[in-house]
Design a protein around this ligand. Structure first.
Ligand SMILES: N[C@@H]1[C@@H](O)[C@H](O)[C@@H](COP(=O)(O)O)O[C@@H]1O
Length: 377
């Protein structure tokens, strides 16, 4: 996972927007092979959308051949309600660029069969060739999309009950009236996000600092679902200084340092194309029976993390060419070293030997003491 730390929200947003633009341009999308972009809502991506719109208006980028999939939508609020994610996306992004409305995909929180809507959404993502880049925000509790604490890290698009903290945090979009915030949402799953070829997260402000710390410095944990990105081969969190406030100084410095090196090596904006076509790793590919035409490539994705997150033991990694670990080989270091001290320590009953050793050193001393005493007497 890369962590890009910028001085403030504007610089971080510009970095994210430019990154997305570079990625779209690099792919040179066509109608047959569009760029598939996953998108979030919330206040964090607003700066990114503003810059994307500016760059579009300046003729620097076209969304003609871009297909989008939004992360989530509330259940049971009218599509044209100003708090709906449909309204949000058209207001802040879609109506300002040349995207085809038919290429915009947002979950329908008013579908009569919500489960079927979720299943169809996953199928639609797959039919589009998978998501090239998922832009995401982050909740204060570390959620990604609406994958609240405790969500399965293998989850897919589904109906989700919102956490109390999220309802409180999002009440600002509903006139600060807690009761007006929908209590349910449709959301892509953690695994849906992990299946994207690339994930870019924007995290701004001190309210996100604890979540960033948990997700970057601590382990993969379903209570901070963004932490699952640690399993993704190409994920990146772009944040401002305020969002790093809970990180150790050492961590922030480390990420700034390696980014400087990456920049000097020409890796700053775009990964070398061979990385993009080279996963899952050769070792995994070789052991999986797949139709050659379905082999992972830019146009036909196959996520490494799907394998990593599989519940059954991983069998993809061959152990044939690996020598067994010395830890499991019955061997006595003492017999190799030939030092009597080691041999002695490795006897089957060390306590008894210790007694024997002690008696060997104690008895002569005792004998000496006895003889001195008898002389003094
Ligand atoms: N479902 C969205 C998330 O996708 C978003 O990341 C989060 C943070 O929003 P903000 O950026 O406004 O803090 O809000 C909502 O919960």
């Amino acid at each position: 996972m890369r962590l890009i730390i910028k001085d403030n929200g504007d610089v971080a947003s510009a970095y994210a927007a430019n990154y997305i633009i570079e990625r779209i341009k690099k792919l040179s999308p066509t109608q047959q092979r569009p760029f598939v972009l996953g998108l979030p809502t919330g206040s964090s991506p607003l700066g990114v959308y503003r810059i994307l719109v500016e760059k579009y208006k300046a003729g620097e980028i076209s969304f003609e051949n871009v297909v989008t999939f939004n992360m989530d939508e509330y259940v049971d609020i009218p599509r044209d309600h100003e708090g709906s994610y449909h309204s949000f996306m058209w207001k802040h992004f879609f109506s300002h660029v040349n995207i085809h409305p038919a290429n915009v995909n947002i979950l329908d929180g008013n579908a009569t069969d919500l489960e079927a809507e979720c299943v169809a959404y996953e199928a639609k993502i797959k039919a589009a060739g998978g998501i090239d880049l998922f832009l995401a925000g982050i909740g204060e509790d570390g959620h990604i999309a609406f994958n609240e604490p405790g969500s399965s890290l293998a989850s897919r698009t589904r109906v989700k009950t919102l956490a109390y903290d999220t309802i409180v945090a999002n009440s600002r979009f509903f006139g600060n009236d807690f009761d007006l915030v929908p209590k349910m949402a449709l959301t892509v799953g953690v695994q849906t996000v992990l299946d994207a070829r690339e994930v870019v997260v924007i995290a701004l402000g001190p309210r996100k600092a604890l979540a960033v710390q948990r997700c970057v410095e601590q382990g993969v944990n379903h209570m901070w679902t963004l932490s699952a990105l640690q399993l993704h081969p190409r994920s990146m969190i772009i944040c401002d200084e305020d969002a790093t406030l809970e990180l150790q100084v050492r961590t922030a410095k480390y990420y700034k340092d390696i980014e400087r090196v990456a920049q000097s090596q020409g890796f700053e904006q775009v990964f070398p194309s061979k990385i993009l076509t080279g996963f899952p790793p050769q070792s995994i590919q070789a052991s999986i029976v797949v139709d050659e035409t379905q082999s992972p490539s830019v146009s036909s994705p196959q996520s490494t993390t799907s394998y990593l997150l599989r519940a059954s033991p991983a069998t993809e990694y061959s152990t044939i060419s690996r020598s067994p670990s010395p830890d499991f080989t019955p061997d006595r270091m003492g017999s190799r070293i030939g030092d009597p001290a080691f041999t002695r320590r490795l006897t089957p009953a060390p306590e008894r030997q210790e007694l024997q050793d002690r008696s060997k050193t104690l008895l002569p001393a005792l004998a000496l003491a006895t003889s001195v005493n008898s002389v003094n007497a």
